[in-house]
Design a protein around this ligand. Structure first.
Ligand SMILES: *Cc1c(COP(=O)(O)O)cnc(C)c1O
Length: 426
């Protein structure tokens, strides 16, 4: 059978029931798994046989859902994590250790920026932040001999800047390191970063993949394409024996298609334990079953609203890459041909105070530290998610003090526009 379309994969990939087995994914709500002999279990611990022994490392429900996301992204292996934060932390920490360096785009999500610039810095990993619009020379200058990866977001949260993935992938590969892309905002329905040279994709599944504000979660997907064995000195964790796992060399035992995710499971999930609960994985899968239908409507509603806002006299600027004339419109046509997701940013005339007053008047859009929900919600990042940043960092993050982030939901677009119109009326 030819490669299935993404709509079919959203419904059918991952879990394939056998004869007489449940049609819906079973929730394996069990911490542990039973074996007849100690030898059987020993083989699992030595990674000589595949199977389950303890849900802190792996659980069948999670693996069905991870397999679906791997299929949606076109990757070879994937793992679920307890949150998007855990997914990004594991991905970097699986490659970089104390004394290493990573190049990251400055407009990444505030939580990730903090994780990198404060917490991971305390672990001895240094980050150089570059503008998504940097010149080739500036990008080149960010690399060091100890650089282990490049990190960016397809659509930056909340600046909504579209990354030129191919350009960043080429630069990363010229330096023998992988490009990691946080693909949370587009989801694999709107963009497959692997098609443009990215090597590893991460997700906060809390957002559109869940889509209903029901469960916090994350996911890491490996393309299986980056050849770690070409750079054994750079990636000793993948290319030399792991003494904490009986001398396993991940690239030798699991090949390029499995090494990265197996190492992240065997070492990081074992030691940090940020597993997603099987119950949440089940809810995530329900979200994935309608991802393709929901994303189309999110994009359609958001474009209508972006057009309405850009014509309104009390709106000073609108950022939505699907809007003709937007700085990233050309990049969006290339990377996001099916739509630019449901999030629109804009400035309200009168700045910070006016933005707050406007948000208070909204009746359908509620104020939430959330995006990508079926229900429309909005946020003033400068006084919420980004409040720990100084003015310089705010500008580098692409967040001005007047920026309102509107996450357009699945309601009727005319109702949403009427709500915005009454809140903007003088
Ligand atoms: C929300 C978000 C995260 C963090 O995910 P959590 O699930 O909240 O931990 C990471 N990256 C992006 C782009 C996000 O929007």
């Amino acid at each position: 059978m030819k490669e299935l379309n993404i709509e079919t994969k959203c419904i059918q990939a991952g879990y394939v029931p056998g004869n007489g087995e449940p049609r819906q994914i079973p929730i394996i709500q069990s911490t542990t798994f039973k074996y007849d002999t100690s030898e059987d279990m020993g083989k699992l611990f030595d990674l000589e046989a595949s199977g389950y022994f303890y849900t802190r490392l792996q659980n069948p429900t999670n693996d069905y859902v991870a397999a679906k996301i791997a299929a949606l992204e076109g990757g070879t292996a994937a793992m679920l994590t307890s949150s998007g934060q855990a997914a990004n932390f594991y991905t970097i920490f699986n490659l970089a250790s104390c004394g290493d360096h990573v190049v990251a785009v400055s407009t990444i999500y505030g939580g990730t920026f903090n994780l990198f610039s404060v917490t991971m810095k305390r672990m001895g990993i240094e980050f150089t932040f570059v503008s998504p619009y940097c010149t080739d020379e500036e990008l080149e200058a960010a690399f060091r001999p100890n650089t282990k990866a490049v990190f960016g977001e397809t659509i930056a949260n909340p600046a909504l800047i579209v990354l030129d993935i191919e350009r960043f992938a080429n630069a990363a590969h010229a330096h023998g390191v992988p490009l990691i892309i946080d693909n949370t905002f587009p989801t694999p329905f709107l963009c497959n970063p692997f098609k443009f040279g990215a090597d590893i994709v991460t997700h906060s599944t809390t957002k559109y993949m869940d889509g209903h504000g029901a469960g916090v979660g994350g996911c890491i997907v490996d393309s299986g394409k980056f050849d770690w064995t070409k750079y054994p000195d750079k990636f000793p964790g993948l290319c030399t024996p792991d003494e904490s796992y009986h001398g396993v060399t991940y690239t030798e035992r699991f090949g390029l298609e499995g090494a990265f995710i197996t190492k992240a499971t065997a070492q990081l999930m074992r030691d940090f334990g940020s597993i997603q609960s099987p119950q949440n994985a089940f809810l995530l899968n329900l979200g994935l079953e309608s991802l393709h239908v929901r994303m189309e409507r999110h994009c359609e509603n958001a474009l209508k609203i972006a057009k309405f806002l850009s014509a309104h006299e009390n709106i000073t600027w609108v950022k939505y890459s699907g809007l003709p004339g937007d700085r990233d419109y050309k990049l969006a046509k290339k990377y996001l041909p099916k739509g630019s997701c449901g999030v629109v940013s804009f400035g309200v005339k009168g700045g910070r105070k006016a933005a707050e007053a406007f948000m208070k008047k909204l009746k359908l859009a509620s104020i939430e530290t959330h995006v990508a929900d079926a229900r429309t919600c909005c946020l003033h990042p400068a006084s919420a998610t980004h409040r720990q940043m100084n003015d310089e960092e705010l500008i580098a993050a692409g967040v001005s003090a007047d920026l309102v982030r509107l996450s357009v939901g699945l309601e009727n677009a005319d109702d949403l526009i009427a709500d915005l119109a009454q809140a903007l009326a003088d």
